[in-house]
Design a binder for this molecule. Structure first.
Ligand code: KIV
Ligand code: ZN
Length: 524
């Protein structure tokens, strides 16, 4: 059996999902959960990209002890200095350098010749090696690169001290057979190939990221780069939970295993989904809400006789709550706390008191309380975190002559406690509510996209809204659950706008507080 190292890049490549950027504090919380999940390496961000990311990588390096921390950098001195500095206090660390190796990237993006790119790769690996022993090198767009040049570049960086070679399928173009064959050829054609670890990094543009990563494992890769829920640029990256469960379920064929703590998979998925406001698709393998639901009578019949007739994984081993654990008005605090922790939310005692009180009121006239209903109650208790604007009330009217909608949205500014009502007209009620709220924002917050999910539970159905906005050139997401679709959409817009306003303020504070990156220190 070969042990496959799980390299988690949820907080770097995953955070590149449109609008999914999160605060440094949330990154630390997710990194601590990834440590519990048992990932081998965490790439928590791109330290040179912003003071917030630098701070997040620094804090995660201090707090996470079991996983290795990876500082990500372009093959540029200032990026390397920032990554080396940010990871200084890690128990174990590595530096991840990349530069493109495909002709199309060199011609149009880098605008450099092969010789120049090769020289930069060599020099920057040598520069990083002065400070950090473990150096991972990625020839970006490897799967579309000319193989002779790829061999030359990989051989050169190994000679300069690279210890891990990652061959990315940056644009998700490769087919499994091709991707596996590339590993076989590069490994056997470069000098020093036996002395390094080989890593797969696949994007999911053709839905092949997991298949390609498995092909790389079969061709000798012993590290796979993944994200929780498969989030990431465009169609995302190789999904951690799918890859891990494919290896686990088919380990006798793949002759491979991972050290992932399976019982933490669902909790981690929920935490990432809720923190980044990226809902998990219902039919998502392993963690989607339908992944273990059986609808057809013939399947249900088989399951009742023996679960393995139609289930190849045991959801309980993944921490997925089975519907049979029913919450109702007789459920105690402990049961509520346990179920909420399965959503990836750890409540303080005060929040638990609040959720429990709401739960008891809600459960009083119902037989059972579903997970979705509990999530609404948790949202109400937890969302009391300080945000720039709080939603107070909303009224909607229809103008008799034009038929357009007029919204009056009342918000509280938490800085001074002032409550103000903003009114606006729109073609539809959501448009009217958003135009009204825009007036409250200190910066223009443009609405870009709305997703609505039904969280059906009979007639008392809830709706989950996720909104993507843009402010100062950056994207932000917010989500909300309500039994009124318009209110859910309005609250989701407000959550995203709050994120934009808050991040603008913290960015300004970070820029004025951050000192220039000082001299990087070398590993002892
Ligand atoms: O997709 C990619 O090529 C990457 C590398 C920079 C590792 O994310
Ligand atoms: Zn990538």
């Amino acid at each position: 059996m070969s042990m496959i190292h799980i390299f988690d890049t949820t907080l770097r490549d995953g955070e590149q999902s449109p609008g999914a950027s999160i605060t440094p504090e949330d990154k630390v919380r997710i990194a601590l959960q990834l440590e519990k999940l048992g990932v081998d390496i965490i790439e928590p961000g791109f330290p040179a990209s912003s003071p917030g990311d630098f701070r997040a990588v620094q804090e995660i390096s201090r707090r996470v002890r079991a996983a290795e921390i990876c500082g990500f950098a372009r093959a540029v001195r200032s990026d390397i200095d920032a990554a080396v500095k940010a990871t200084e206090e890690a128990a174990r660390r590595r530096l991840h350098l990349f530069i493109s190796s495909s002709q199309i990237h060199m011609d149009f993006q880098l605008r450099k010749t092969r010789e120049e790119v090769l020289r930069i790769a060599r020099e920057m690996v040598a520069y990083g090696k002065q400070f950090v022993h473990e150096i991972e090198f990625s020839p970006m767009d490897a799967s579309r690169s000319g193989e002779d040049f790829l061999y030359e570049m990989v051989e050169a960086v190994i000679a300069e001290g690279a210890t891990v070679i990652n061959l990315p399928d940056t644009v998700g173009y490769a087919l499994p057979e091709e991707y596996g064959a590339m590993f076989t050829r590069v490994r056997s054609n470069v000098r020093g190939g036996d002395s390094v670890r080989w890593s797969a990094h696949c994007h999911n543009d053709l839905g092949l990221a997991v298949a390609n990563s498995l092909a790389a494992i079969q061709a000798g890769a012993t590290q796979v780069e993944v994200t929780v829920n498969g989030i990431g640029e465009r169609a995302g990256n190789c999904s951690l939970e799918e890859l891990v469960m494919a290896v686990e379920t088919r380990k006798n064929t793949l002759l491979a295993e991972t050290a992932i703590e399976k019982s933490e998979i669902y909790r981690t998925s929920q935490m990432v989904s809720r923190t980044m406001h990226l809902p998990v698709a219902y039919n998502k393998p392993v963690v989607g809400r339908n992944a273990f639901q059986h609808e057809a009578g013939i399947h249900q019949d088989g399951l009742l006789k023996n679960r393995s007739t139609y289930e190849i994984m045991d959801p309980e081993q993944l921490g997925v709550p089975r519907d049979m654990i029913v919450l109702g008005k007789h459920s105690g605090r402990h049961a509520i706390k346990h179920r909420v922790s399965q959503f990836g939310v750890e409540l303080t005692e005060e929040q638990l008191d609040d959720v429990f009180k709401r739960f008891k009121q809600f459960a009083d006239d119902r037989k059972i309380v579903t997970d979705d209903e509990l999530a609404v109650l948790v949202g109400k208790a937890v969302d009391q975190a300080i945000v720039p604007f709080e939603f107070v009330d909303m009224q909607m009217m229809t103008a008799a002559a034009s038929g357009s909608r007029v919204a009056a949205v009342t918000l509280r500014n938490t800085a001074d406690g002032a409550v103000q009502t903003f009114t606006a007209a729109g073609q539809g009620p959501i448009e009217a509510a958003i135009i009204a709220m825009k007036q409250a924002m200190p910066v223009p917050v443009e609405f870009e996209h709305l997703e609505l999910h039904s969280m059906a539970s009979g007639e008392a159905a809830y709706c989950e809204a996720a909104v993507h906005v843009r402010a100062r050139g950056c994207g932000y997401r917010g989500s909300a659950i309500d039994d009124d679709v318009i209110v859910a959409a309005a609250k989701a817009y407000l959550a995203a706008a709050n994120e934009a306003v808050r991040s603008g303020a913290s960015r300004a504070a970070a820029v004025s507080a951050s000192s220039a990156v000082s001299e990087p220190k070398r590993d002892a």
